[in-house]
Design a protein around this ligand. Structure first.
Ligand SMILES: Cc1ncc(C[n+]2csc(CCOP(=O)(O)OP(=O)(O)O)c2C)c(N)n1
Length: 333
């Protein structure tokens, strides 16, 4: 199935500076380690919500968010962990949210699918498939009307392309030349249904043609290619030239919701999973960045260790910080 791999980058892997390499690597490691920690602890049933993991898809969040300013606005979906983490999300506030605690980023009332942190431009997440696009559109319209220089990003899955909101949002954004970037994470699946059974052609980026905006397909195993596409889209948006569509070809290693694999269900194969895991975006970036002398072995190890320490601290915090008080139950709703 996935081995048809249209996922090869159209061109060579772009060159990046050591500073950007560190940013990309840090983003990747933070995203992966955060979700690995959730997968490890999920069976303990301390978390109060289902979790949709994006393990394997991190290059999308890591590459796009590295091209944004802190003030730029991101909107995400039910699979939102990596987007907020790559935007600079606070591990303690995120863990506390999963544990349903008052110190959580949504005060313990949103859970895994409703992460937000407006202070860092993470404006919100919505579990309504396709719901995020008009929200990002509205933020971009506000930015334009207020004469601000901010870019808005909508992350969504290939399933959202089947929603009217996708087409309406691209159309209006193109018409008004809004500073919005549509990022479609094409992992071939919507829950348990493969793209081949849902849409007439598998290339999401081609929808951009209908609205006369740039559409580009990127290789989600190579974070540099996602980053380069995002840099181009951000530059275009800030110049007032309008929206772009970026498709990131990727694969979620875990089941639709939860910490396990799902190939035993029969809708995709173990071979697919192994094929993609052999192209782990973090390992590939570690190799290429080391080879190109962008990252040292020490930096790689230190980053991983530091992130793991921060995550352990965040879990300890989530466990000990209090639940919302009874009188807080109806606030913030
Ligand atoms: C409007 C709407 N329809 C159906 C659902 C149920 N649902 C939740 S996730 C999902 C699949 C989404 O697939 P995709 O958009 O490709 O994102 P992915 O899960 O692959 O990240 C569906 C159908 C929903 N949440 N909202």
């Amino acid at each position: 199935m996935a081995k048809k791999n249209p996922r090869k980058p159209a061109k060579k892997t772009p060159k990046i500076s050591p500073e950007i390499a560190r940013k990309l690597f840090e983003n990747l490691v933070r995203c992966r380690a955060f979700e690995d920690k959730l997968a490890e602890l999920y069976p303990l049933k301390e978390m109060k919500c289902p979790t949709h993991l994006s393990t394997g898809q991190e290059a999308s969040a890591a590459g796009v968010c590295a091209a944004l300013l802190k003030e730029d606005m991101v909107f995400s979906t039910h699979r939102c962990h990596s987007h907020i983490v790559a935007k600079g999300g606070d591990f303690k506030a995120l863990m506390a949210e999963l544990w349903g605690k008052s110190a959580g980023c949504a005060h313990g009332k949103g859970g895994s699918m409703h992460f937000l942190e407006p202070e860092i431009g993470m404006m919100g997440s919505s579990a309504i498939v396709g719901g995020t696009l008009p929200l990002a559109l509205g933020a971009a319209l506000a930015s334009q009307m207020q004469g601000k220089d901010l870019v808005s990003v909508a992350f969504f899955g290939d399933g959202a392309v089947e929603q009217g909101t996708f087409h309406e949002s691209l159309s209006f954004a193109a018409l008004k030349k809004l500073p919005v970037i549509f990022v479609c994470e094409n992992n071939d699946m919507a829950t348990c249904t493969h793209l081949d059974h849902r849409q007439p052609y598998p290339e999401m980026y081609r929808h951009a043609e209908a609205y006369d905006i740039p559409g580009v397909r990127t290789d989600g195993t190579k974070v540099e290619t996602v980053y380069e596409a995002a840099v181009n889209a951000v530059a275009r948006a800030r110049k007032g030239e309008g929206p772009s569509l970026i498709e990131v070809m990727c694969y979620r290693w875990k089941e639709h919701v939860g910490p396990n694999t799902d190939y035993h269900l029969g809708h995709r194969t173990k071979e697919d999973l192994e094929w993609w895991m052999a192209r782990d975006p973090i390992k590939l970036f570690e190799q290429s960045a080391s080879k190109n002398k962008l990252l040292t072995k020490d930096y790689i190890e230190n980053t991983k260790n530091m992130v793991n320490i921060q995550l352990d601290e965040a879990v300890a915090f989530a466990r000990e910080t209090p639940f919302p008080k009874l009188e807080e139950l109806y606030t913030d709703l």
